[in-house]
Ligand binder design. Structure first.
Ligand SMILES: [Zn+2]
Ligand SMILES: [Zn+2]
Length: 130
């Protein structure tokens, strides 16, 4: 395993989910998720420290909008199930978080709340004769 990451390093990474090459944030804060597909990896205990050896894929499951912070993405680790909240980087000049991806995630969540159908029965509506 290569260990060359200095403490607090702000580095780009390659997304394991969609393969996008992601540049570091221009404002110097730590980029922890892919701006294209919003996926991330469970590598941090604290943001940027890469001290977690879970390495699971963090799937974006919801997006919140807070007036002060802007968009906040809720990630759930597909391996250990931990949920994390990460502020979206929608104001980055180089590669901001994809607004459509955020909106799609937000509306997916809303739709899921609106119709409390169990997953798997999507699309076709079954009517049971009584
Ligand atoms: Zn990606
Ligand atoms: Zn995990």
């Amino acid at each position: 395993m290569r260990r060359f990451i200095a403490q607090g390093a702000n580095q780009g990474f390659r997304c394991d989910f969609c393969g996008a090459q992601v540049p570091p944030l221009a404002n110097g804060s730590y980029r922890n998720h892919c701006p294209r597909c919003l996926h991330s990896r469970h590598v941090d205990v604290n943001p940027g420290d890469r001290a977690n050896d879970c390495q699971g894929m963090l799937e974006p499951v919801a997006v919140l909008h807070s007036g002060k912070k802007g968009w906040v993405i809720v990630h759930r680790c597909q391996r250990c199930g931990e949920e994390r909240r990460n502020r979206a980087a929608s104001d980055d000049p180089l590669m901001p978080d994809d607004h459509e991806a955020l909106v799609a995630l937000a509306s997916r969540e809303t739709a899921a709340l609106a119709s409390r159908e169990p997953s798997g029965s999507r699309g076709r509506r079954r009517r049971r004769p009584r």
